[in-house]
Design a protein around this ligand. Structure first.
Ligand SMILES: *[C@@H]1O[C@H](CO)[C@@H](O)[C@H](O)[C@H]1NC(C)=O
Length: 309
Protein backbone atom coordinates (compact mmCIF):
# COMPACT_ATOMS: atom_id res chain seq x y z
CA UNK A 1 0.00 0.00 0.00
CA UNK A 2 2.66 2.38 1.13
CA UNK A 3 4.73 1.32 -1.87
CA UNK A 4 1.95 2.13 -4.29
CA UNK A 5 1.31 5.50 -2.74
CA UNK A 6 4.97 6.42 -2.90
CA UNK A 7 5.10 5.22 -6.48
CA UNK A 8 2.32 7.63 -7.38
CA UNK A 9 1.93 10.26 -4.67
CA UNK A 10 -0.36 12.32 -6.86
CA UNK A 11 -2.96 9.63 -7.48
CA UNK A 12 -5.15 10.46 -4.52
CA UNK A 13 -4.74 14.17 -5.10
CA UNK A 14 -5.69 13.66 -8.74
CA UNK A 15 -8.95 11.88 -7.85
CA UNK A 16 -9.88 14.39 -5.20
CA UNK A 17 -9.30 17.11 -7.81
CA UNK A 18 -11.69 15.46 -10.22
CA UNK A 19 -14.24 15.15 -7.47
CA UNK A 20 -13.76 18.78 -6.48
CA UNK A 21 -14.03 19.97 -10.10
CA UNK A 22 -17.26 18.07 -10.69
CA UNK A 23 -18.64 19.32 -7.41
CA UNK A 24 -17.79 22.97 -8.18
CA UNK A 25 -19.21 22.68 -11.72
CA UNK A 26 -22.46 21.33 -10.34
CA UNK A 27 -22.67 24.17 -7.83
CA UNK A 28 -22.04 26.76 -10.54
CA UNK A 29 -24.60 25.15 -12.80
CA UNK A 30 -27.17 25.19 -10.02
CA UNK A 31 -26.34 28.81 -9.23
CA UNK A 32 -26.72 29.76 -12.89
CA UNK A 33 -30.12 28.13 -13.11
CA UNK A 34 -31.24 29.95 -9.96
CA UNK A 35 -29.84 33.31 -11.18
CA UNK A 36 -31.48 32.84 -14.58
CA UNK A 37 -34.86 32.29 -12.93
CA UNK A 38 -34.38 35.37 -10.77
CA UNK A 39 -33.36 37.50 -13.75
CA UNK A 40 -36.37 36.31 -15.76
CA UNK A 41 -38.58 37.14 -12.81
CA UNK A 42 -37.14 40.64 -12.37
CA UNK A 43 -37.54 41.40 -16.10
CA UNK A 44 -41.13 40.24 -16.10
CA UNK A 45 -41.78 42.34 -12.99
CA UNK A 46 -40.14 45.38 -14.63
CA UNK A 47 -42.45 45.27 -17.58
CA UNK A 48 -45.77 44.37 -15.98
CA UNK A 49 -46.09 43.32 -12.38
CA UNK A 50 -45.12 46.65 -10.84
CA UNK A 51 -47.27 48.86 -13.04
CA UNK A 52 -49.67 51.05 -11.11
CA UNK A 53 -53.37 51.56 -11.84
CA UNK A 54 -52.31 54.86 -13.45
CA UNK A 55 -50.07 52.95 -15.86
CA UNK A 56 -52.94 50.67 -16.79
CA UNK A 57 -55.40 53.51 -17.35
CA UNK A 58 -52.84 55.48 -19.39
CA UNK A 59 -51.95 52.40 -21.44
CA UNK A 60 -55.57 51.81 -22.38
CA UNK A 61 -56.30 55.49 -22.92
CA UNK A 62 -59.07 55.46 -20.31
CA UNK A 63 -59.29 59.16 -19.51
CA UNK A 64 -62.15 58.94 -17.02
CA UNK A 65 -60.46 56.22 -14.97
CA UNK A 66 -57.22 58.18 -15.11
CA UNK A 67 -58.91 61.37 -13.89
CA UNK A 68 -60.55 59.48 -11.02
CA UNK A 69 -57.25 57.94 -9.94
CA UNK A 70 -55.63 61.37 -9.98
CA UNK A 71 -58.52 62.79 -7.93
CA UNK A 72 -58.08 59.94 -5.46
CA UNK A 73 -54.55 61.18 -4.91
CA UNK A 74 -52.48 58.66 -6.88
CA UNK A 75 -48.97 59.97 -7.56
CA UNK A 76 -48.71 60.81 -11.30
CA UNK A 77 -44.93 60.43 -11.13
CA UNK A 78 -45.03 56.81 -10.00
CA UNK A 79 -42.55 54.68 -12.01
CA UNK A 80 -41.92 50.97 -12.59
CA UNK A 81 -38.59 49.29 -11.75
CA UNK A 82 -37.41 50.38 -15.22
CA UNK A 83 -38.54 53.94 -14.48
CA UNK A 84 -41.41 53.86 -16.95
CA UNK A 85 -43.93 56.53 -15.96
CA UNK A 86 -47.66 56.70 -16.80
CA UNK A 87 -46.77 59.58 -19.17
CA UNK A 88 -44.39 57.25 -21.08
CA UNK A 89 -47.20 54.76 -21.48
CA UNK A 90 -49.79 57.35 -22.54
CA UNK A 91 -47.46 58.66 -25.26
CA UNK A 92 -46.64 55.19 -26.54
CA UNK A 93 -50.36 54.63 -27.01
CA UNK A 94 -50.92 58.04 -28.68
CA UNK A 95 -53.41 58.91 -25.92
CA UNK A 96 -53.06 62.68 -26.01
CA UNK A 97 -55.93 63.44 -23.61
CA UNK A 98 -54.38 61.18 -20.98
CA UNK A 99 -50.97 62.77 -21.54
CA UNK A 100 -52.56 66.19 -21.06
CA UNK A 101 -54.32 65.14 -17.85
CA UNK A 102 -51.12 63.68 -16.42
CA UNK A 103 -49.11 66.81 -17.23
CA UNK A 104 -51.82 69.05 -15.77
CA UNK A 105 -51.57 67.00 -12.58
CA UNK A 106 -47.83 67.58 -12.41
CA UNK A 107 -46.26 64.71 -14.35
CA UNK A 108 -42.58 65.32 -15.17
CA UNK A 109 -42.23 65.74 -18.94
CA UNK A 110 -38.47 65.11 -18.86
CA UNK A 111 -38.66 61.79 -17.01
CA UNK A 112 -36.33 59.08 -18.43
CA UNK A 113 -36.43 55.29 -18.14
CA UNK A 114 -33.30 53.42 -17.10
CA UNK A 115 -32.52 53.23 -20.85
CA UNK A 116 -32.77 57.01 -21.24
CA UNK A 117 -36.11 56.91 -23.08
CA UNK A 118 -38.33 59.99 -22.61
CA UNK A 119 -42.09 60.33 -23.25
CA UNK A 120 -41.15 62.45 -26.29
CA UNK A 121 -39.08 59.58 -27.67
CA UNK A 122 -42.10 57.30 -27.29
CA UNK A 123 -44.37 59.81 -29.03
CA UNK A 124 -41.87 59.97 -31.93
CA UNK A 125 -41.68 56.15 -32.08
CA UNK A 126 -45.38 55.83 -32.79
CA UNK A 127 -45.73 59.04 -34.80
CA UNK A 128 -47.95 60.82 -32.29
CA UNK A 129 -47.59 64.45 -33.34
CA UNK A 130 -50.25 65.56 -30.85
CA UNK A 131 -48.48 63.95 -27.87
CA UNK A 132 -45.17 65.41 -29.05
CA UNK A 133 -46.76 68.87 -29.28
CA UNK A 134 -48.26 68.64 -25.78
CA UNK A 135 -44.93 67.55 -24.30
CA UNK A 136 -42.99 70.29 -26.05
CA UNK A 137 -45.55 72.96 -25.16
CA UNK A 138 -45.07 71.94 -21.54
CA UNK A 139 -41.32 72.29 -21.54
CA UNK A 140 -40.03 68.87 -22.63
CA UNK A 141 -36.55 69.17 -24.06
CA UNK A 142 -36.68 68.54 -27.81
CA UNK A 143 -33.29 66.87 -28.01
CA UNK A 144 -31.62 64.06 -26.07
CA UNK A 145 -28.01 63.98 -24.94
CA UNK A 146 -25.62 62.30 -27.40
CA UNK A 147 -25.58 58.97 -25.56
CA UNK A 148 -29.34 58.79 -25.01
CA UNK A 149 -32.09 57.57 -27.37
CA UNK A 150 -32.77 60.48 -29.74
CA UNK A 151 -36.37 61.47 -30.61
CA UNK A 152 -35.45 62.99 -33.99
CA UNK A 153 -33.47 59.92 -35.06
CA UNK A 154 -36.31 57.67 -33.94
CA UNK A 155 -38.91 59.69 -35.86
CA UNK A 156 -36.63 59.73 -38.95
CA UNK A 157 -36.08 55.98 -38.93
CA UNK A 158 -39.78 55.20 -38.43
CA UNK A 159 -40.95 57.54 -41.19
CA UNK A 160 -42.81 59.86 -38.82
CA UNK A 161 -42.20 63.06 -40.75
CA UNK A 162 -44.83 65.01 -38.78
CA UNK A 163 -42.84 64.41 -35.60
CA UNK A 164 -39.61 65.37 -37.37
CA UNK A 165 -41.16 68.69 -38.35
CA UNK A 166 -42.53 69.32 -34.85
CA UNK A 167 -39.19 68.58 -33.20
CA UNK A 168 -37.35 70.96 -35.52
CA UNK A 169 -39.94 73.68 -34.97
CA UNK A 170 -39.32 73.34 -31.23
CA UNK A 171 -35.59 73.67 -31.60
CA UNK A 172 -34.15 70.19 -32.18
CA UNK A 173 -30.96 70.38 -34.27
CA UNK A 174 -31.77 69.10 -37.77
CA UNK A 175 -28.14 67.92 -38.12
CA UNK A 176 -27.85 66.37 -34.65
CA UNK A 177 -24.96 63.93 -35.13
CA UNK A 178 -24.76 60.80 -32.98
CA UNK A 179 -21.49 58.92 -33.58
CA UNK A 180 -22.94 55.42 -34.05
CA UNK A 181 -26.08 56.60 -35.93
CA UNK A 182 -24.95 59.64 -37.87
CA UNK A 183 -27.39 62.46 -38.65
CA UNK A 184 -31.21 62.17 -38.80
CA UNK A 185 -30.93 62.51 -42.61
CA UNK A 186 -28.54 59.57 -42.76
CA UNK A 187 -30.87 57.53 -40.55
CA UNK A 188 -33.84 58.33 -42.81
CA UNK A 189 -31.81 57.27 -45.89
CA UNK A 190 -30.77 53.98 -44.29
CA UNK A 191 -34.42 53.30 -43.39
CA UNK A 192 -35.55 54.46 -46.87
CA UNK A 193 -38.07 56.89 -45.40
CA UNK A 194 -38.43 59.29 -48.30
CA UNK A 195 -40.93 61.64 -46.62
CA UNK A 196 -38.56 62.17 -43.71
CA UNK A 197 -35.65 62.70 -46.09
CA UNK A 198 -37.69 65.37 -47.87
CA UNK A 199 -38.80 67.04 -44.63
CA UNK A 200 -35.26 67.12 -43.21
CA UNK A 201 -33.83 68.54 -46.44
CA UNK A 202 -36.51 71.23 -46.65
CA UNK A 203 -35.77 72.18 -43.06
CA UNK A 204 -32.18 72.74 -44.11
CA UNK A 205 -30.41 69.51 -43.15
CA UNK A 206 -26.85 69.39 -44.46
CA UNK A 207 -27.14 67.09 -47.46
CA UNK A 208 -23.51 65.92 -47.20
CA UNK A 209 -23.55 65.01 -43.51
CA UNK A 210 -24.03 61.31 -42.78
CA UNK A 211 -22.11 59.00 -40.51
CA UNK A 212 -18.35 59.58 -40.40
CA UNK A 213 -17.27 59.54 -44.08
CA UNK A 214 -20.44 57.84 -45.25
CA UNK A 215 -22.74 60.42 -46.88
CA UNK A 216 -26.55 60.15 -47.09
CA UNK A 217 -26.09 59.62 -50.84
CA UNK A 218 -23.88 56.58 -50.15
CA UNK A 219 -26.58 55.15 -47.88
CA UNK A 220 -29.35 55.67 -50.44
CA UNK A 221 -27.20 54.25 -53.26
CA UNK A 222 -26.32 51.21 -51.19
CA UNK A 223 -30.04 50.57 -50.59
CA UNK A 224 -30.70 51.01 -54.32
CA UNK A 225 -33.31 53.64 -53.49
CA UNK A 226 -33.35 55.72 -56.66
CA UNK A 227 -36.11 58.07 -55.48
CA UNK A 228 -34.08 59.17 -52.44
CA UNK A 229 -30.91 59.37 -54.54
CA UNK A 230 -32.71 61.77 -56.93
CA UNK A 231 -33.97 63.86 -54.03
CA UNK A 232 -30.52 64.14 -52.44
CA UNK A 233 -28.99 65.15 -55.76
CA UNK A 234 -31.70 67.80 -56.21
CA UNK A 235 -30.59 69.24 -52.89
CA UNK A 236 -27.00 69.34 -54.05
CA UNK A 237 -25.52 66.09 -52.72
CA UNK A 238 -21.93 65.59 -53.87
CA UNK A 239 -21.87 62.73 -56.38
CA UNK A 240 -18.06 62.53 -56.08
CA UNK A 241 -17.90 62.19 -52.27
CA UNK A 242 -15.76 59.27 -51.07
CA UNK A 243 -16.66 57.03 -48.15
CA UNK A 244 -14.23 55.35 -45.77
CA UNK A 245 -13.50 52.65 -48.39
CA UNK A 246 -12.78 55.45 -50.85
CA UNK A 247 -15.85 54.57 -52.91
CA UNK A 248 -18.07 57.08 -54.68
CA UNK A 249 -21.85 56.67 -54.30
CA UNK A 250 -22.06 55.00 -57.73
CA UNK A 251 -19.58 52.38 -56.51
CA UNK A 252 -21.60 51.83 -53.33
CA UNK A 253 -24.74 51.00 -55.35
CA UNK A 254 -25.39 47.30 -56.05
CA UNK A 255 -23.78 46.28 -59.39
CA UNK A 256 -26.11 46.71 -62.40
CA UNK A 257 -28.85 48.13 -60.18
CA UNK A 258 -31.24 50.86 -61.29
CA UNK A 259 -29.48 53.30 -58.97
CA UNK A 260 -26.06 52.51 -60.41
CA UNK A 261 -27.40 53.18 -63.91
CA UNK A 262 -29.06 56.39 -62.79
CA UNK A 263 -25.90 57.68 -61.12
CA UNK A 264 -23.76 56.84 -64.16
CA UNK A 265 -26.06 58.85 -66.42
CA UNK A 266 -26.29 61.67 -63.88
CA UNK A 267 -22.50 61.92 -63.63
CA UNK A 268 -22.26 62.30 -67.39
CA UNK A 269 -25.04 64.90 -67.70
CA UNK A 270 -24.55 68.64 -67.10
CA UNK A 271 -26.84 70.07 -64.42
CA UNK A 272 -29.62 72.46 -65.43
CA UNK A 273 -28.71 76.07 -64.83
CA UNK A 274 -31.91 76.57 -62.77
CA UNK A 275 -30.83 73.80 -60.39
CA UNK A 276 -27.35 75.28 -59.97
CA UNK A 277 -28.81 78.74 -59.32
CA UNK A 278 -31.20 77.39 -56.72
CA UNK A 279 -28.40 75.68 -54.81
CA UNK A 280 -26.25 78.78 -54.96
CA UNK A 281 -29.04 81.03 -53.68
CA UNK A 282 -29.94 78.63 -50.84
CA UNK A 283 -26.28 78.42 -49.81
CA UNK A 284 -26.08 82.21 -49.70
CA UNK A 285 -29.36 82.61 -47.79
CA UNK A 286 -28.32 80.01 -45.20
CA UNK A 287 -30.44 77.56 -43.23
CA UNK A 288 -31.33 80.00 -40.45
CA UNK A 289 -32.99 82.32 -42.96
CA UNK A 290 -34.83 79.82 -45.17
CA UNK A 291 -38.15 80.94 -43.67
CA UNK A 292 -37.50 84.44 -45.06
CA UNK A 293 -37.54 83.15 -48.66
CA UNK A 294 -41.33 83.46 -48.42
CA UNK A 295 -40.96 87.22 -47.92
CA UNK A 296 -38.69 87.82 -50.91
CA UNK A 297 -40.26 90.12 -53.52
CA UNK A 298 -40.34 87.34 -56.12
CA UNK A 299 -43.08 85.73 -58.23
CA UNK A 300 -44.72 82.79 -56.44
CA UNK A 301 -43.44 80.06 -58.79
CA UNK A 302 -39.90 81.25 -58.15
CA UNK A 303 -40.35 81.28 -54.36
CA UNK A 304 -41.83 77.79 -54.52
CA UNK A 305 -38.96 76.59 -56.66
CA UNK A 306 -36.43 77.94 -54.19
CA UNK A 307 -38.24 76.03 -51.41
CA UNK A 308 -38.58 72.79 -53.35
CA UNK A 309 -42.36 73.11 -53.25
C1 LIG B 1 -36.89 69.79 -19.13
O1 LIG B 1 -35.51 69.87 -19.36
C2 LIG B 1 -35.08 71.05 -20.01
C3 LIG B 1 -33.62 70.94 -20.32
O2 LIG B 1 -32.89 70.38 -19.27
C4 LIG B 1 -35.38 72.26 -19.12
O3 LIG B 1 -35.01 73.44 -19.76
C5 LIG B 1 -36.89 72.28 -18.84
O4 LIG B 1 -37.19 73.32 -17.97
C6 LIG B 1 -37.34 70.95 -18.27
N1 LIG B 1 -38.78 71.01 -18.19
C7 LIG B 1 -39.47 70.82 -17.09
C8 LIG B 1 -40.96 71.04 -17.19
O5 LIG B 1 -38.94 70.50 -16.04
Amino acid sequence: RGGNMTANPFALLHYSNVYLTVNISLTILLALILVKDTVTFVFAAGSWADRSPLHDAACQGRLLALRNLILQGHNVNVVTIDHVSPLHVACLGDHVACARALIAAGANVNVTTIDGVTPLFNACSVGSVSCAEVLLENGAKPQALVFQPSPIHQASSKGNSGCVETLIRWGADVDFDIPHLGTPLYTACVSQEIECVQRLLREGANVQKGRYMESPLHAAAEKDCTAIVKLLLDFGADIHARNIEFQRPVEAAPPSSLTEGFLLVYEATPQPLSQLCRQRIRDRVGRDRFHLINHLPLPNPLRNYLQYR
